[in-house]
Design a protein. Structure first.
Lengths: 489, 489
């Protein structure tokens, strides 16, 4: 399979697309812009969901579910919000089909809705319209709610996982009595996302705040985590918004304070989506196929018997059983593939291409020697191991793979992060990809100029790192600190 | 709270509606027919999902995700399928809004879709259109896929959980090489649903096959589980369909057999939905509020301290801590509610009303005596228990509650199941509710007549029980076996 894969050096975008398709992660459906997430891809998404959901609950959040449809008038209530989403709304206008003797099945013109419904592109409006009924007093606050859902943002140019008309995500929507609490919540959830990205996805991220022009439609501040892909482009992996009182004001959500005053509620919202699947692929995978961090691999260890006949296979089955049991007892997920419909060579190729972190082969000689052959996917190294303490060895190996993937990605990012002070140098080098730490004068005009001239955008104003003031690389005007410029997905 | 609840005897439908709202399970949104599932309701749904998902995976199924939108032409490909769903389809016709100087935000008439998209009412068509690309040979079969998703069936008269325009569900869609395998799969998944209903929901069900007129649109056979609600009405809690080759033929899905022939693929589909939430409520809850089986309760044990002052509270905190630890060590979910914003009386009422299976109260005298007061929700009984081995005692109590709820529901059903041979007697008694085991001549005409005259339908032809032939209670014509007539949700 990997021989049919475009090489990354040859065409990174084509490599990505090939890989998503051939590794059975996802495919385009015939419905414009909508993807089918195939079982192998969905199993990884389920792992992501489980980890994130656990982290949300550990920080006091609960799940709920709000309607798919949003009345058009709701969207219109928050001015910058509707402006941000109007151009990509799927609109439901009718609620019935009927049979027409000439044209077959048609939309029934008599079943037109009085008010059109928008398929949610995000749920701030319908949720804040609901919160009006839920929040009366400071006792009802904070409200810490998350929703796992599908959303639709009509896109004409789509890429699997990275940009699709329908995608899956979670959206947190919280309500607070004070500005400080809402801001802390937005920052807390950004930290949760960063921890998830680094500890589970083995993907280093930079936390920061977006510039005004890159802010979420309706937010006061948008925080983000940005990751560098293997081609040096940046990918926004998650965002968290401090919404101020914008939605509370648009939907009249007031609460009685302890001092018996009426005040508008403060809000945050935050989300990550199936886009993370694209980020995961473009952080670790290689010319041989998928590479998955063990903590998100649907199956961590594949075991393949190499037998010449049924008798040998039965013997290997018996030899492998205690190994499988020992691995599972450690919570390691294992597939023992003794299916005789496929040859061992096909299986090796399959498990390598689909990113199983560890592959174990067992043949007759292994039984004689009390060994197995262990291959790790990240480095493609193989070693023969004695079966004594095999579960401990594999457990350490999985941790080593997880650590190695993170270190490799971090090194890659560090090697491709450049401090630049001259706009000429910036323009020369931006085409090669990477993060450029440069001074910026804080104006939308300069940001726009750089974007128009180089296609690079300010990915974020990072929270940590060098905070020394300087002069804007473009205008020479004063700059508070360096920001990150990069081309982005 | 329970004093504001309509009594079941007074108005069962109103009791149900009150309870769903007041117990914070769900509410109507302002979007016609769509509900908001509130955190307490959603937490129960999550427990249901986790249990079902585990059972699906244990029977070899994997999850995937298919598009929300279905092109109108797909629906039209299977004739009886489109006939069944045409009248309840939400239709997307446009993909953009725009600002109009006079009317504000309007649907952009220039952004009309060439082909209208239906918001999925069920996914057979889009999935079988996709399976055409996935299935080439017998090696690709069986394909055992499930999807967790939202679906939309436009309903004008809605009831929370029981009948809503949007609802959440899972839909399994499997593909097989032989008719026998597909039929076995449909029956296997019906068994999974029955096991889930009885062992997790503590809700006894009857398995059977639907009559032709109650069949899923596009199915060859529809199997179902039917449960009796407290008012004697039947609720169809899950269905599983043997689809024959209908969808394979509509979407040209053929496979190469081992003998190198081309054959159409055989199919099953099966689903349960948030309707189960309604079934759960109407099986166990009472005039005091929700009653939840411990296996599906989001929190199984609530512990409430009764303290006169901060000092006492601190002492109780210390007294309770090892109890909480011991319960959690057994996998029991516990909430220790020492929040001082609410009084103990408020908390007792809250936990009773919301169906926490076990409530433990701890006051100063308990500390002196080494006791706690334990209340069980199902019987409302209280007893003082020594704290020695408290975790074991509570574990047994939770199991006793689970068993008692099932037994009570089964007894209720048995007492309200009647064998009738005369149509006169049937008409006299059907108004009181219950299941009526009666002979039927197998014709749609008789079924229709009974429905028109009594509003009762044939819920299913049960798989087990009395199989003696007899004479139809309406026409006197031969009948193969008794079937179940009942009024239904």
């Amino acid at each position: 399979m990997s021989d049919q894969l475009t090489k990354r050096d040859a065409d990174y975008a084509q490599w990505y697309n090939d890989l998503v398709l051939k590794a059975d992660m996802a495919e385009h459906s015939e419905v414009r812009g909508c993807m089918v997430i195939k079982p192998h891809g969905y199993a990884i998404w389920e792992k992501m969901q489980a980890a994130l959901d656990g982290m949300f609950k550990a920080t006091g959040h609960v799940n709920a579910y709000f309607p798919l449809f949003i009345p058009k008038s709701y969207l219109a209530k928050e001015a910058s919000h509707v402006e941000g989403f109007a151009k990509e709304c799927a609109v439901v206008t009718h609620y019935r089909l009927k049979s027409d003797p000439e044209k077959g099945i048609i939309v029934d013109p008599d079943a037109k809705l009085d008010e059109e419904l928008i398929v949610r592109p995000t749920s701030e409006t319908i949720i804040w319209n609901t919160y009006r009924g839920w929040i009366k007093s400071y006792r009802d606050l904070p409200l810490l709610i998350n929703q796992w859902a599908n959303v639709v943002r009509w896109e004409l140019r789509t890429r699997l996982f990275l940009r699709t008309a329908e995608f899956l995500w979670q959206e947190g929507h919280t309500a607070h009595a004070t500005q400080q609490e809402a801001e802390e919540e937005a920052r807390r959830m950004l930290d949760v996302y960063a921890t998830f990205a680094e500890e589970w996805m083995a993907m280093p991220v930079i936390k920061g705040v977006k510039t005004a022009s890159e802010r979420f439609a309706g937010a006061v501040d948008t925080y983000c985590i940005e990751a560098m892909m293997q081609d040096g482009k940046s990918l926004q992996a998650g965002t968290s918004h401090f919404l101020g009182q914008n939605f509370a004001k648009a939907f009249d959500v007031l609460f009685t304070t302890k001092d018996n005053k009426q005040e508008y509620v403060w809000a945050s919202s935050w989300g990550v989506s199936t886009r993370l699947m694209g980020a995961l692929i473009m952080t670790h995978s290689d010319d041989h196929g998928l590479v998955l961090p063990p903590k998100l691999a649907p199956v961590q260890v594949a075991i393949v018997p190499i037998a010449k006949n049924g008798e040998q296979l039965t013997a290997i089955d018996g030899y492998v059983k205690p190994i499988v049991d020992a691995l599972r007892a450690k919570g390691i997920t294992v597939k023992y593939d003794n299916d005789d419909k496929r040859k061992p060579g096909w299986k090796f190729a399959e498990y390598e291409f689909k990113g199983y972190p560890v592959r174990i082969a067992v043949g007759p000689r292994d039984m004689e020697n009390g060994t197995v052959e262990v291959a790790r996917r990240d480095t493609l190294e193989k070693q023969v191991m004695q079966t004594a303490d095999i579960a401990e060895k594999v457990e350490h190996l999985l941790q080593a793979i997880q650590d190695n993937l993170y270190r490799k990605a971090l090194t890659m990012r560090e090697e491709n992060t450049h401090v630049v002070d001259s706009y000429e140098e910036f323009k020369d080098r931006i085409g090669q990809g990477g993060f450029f730490m440069a001074h910026w004068d804080g104006t939308a005009e300069t940001e726009e100029r750089v974007k128009n001239e180089t296609k690079a955008t300010i990915r974020c104003i990072p929270f940590t790192g060098d905070k020394t003031p300087g002069k804007c690389m473009v205008t020479g005007n004063p700059s508070a600190q360096r920001v990150i410029f990069a081309k982005a997905y």
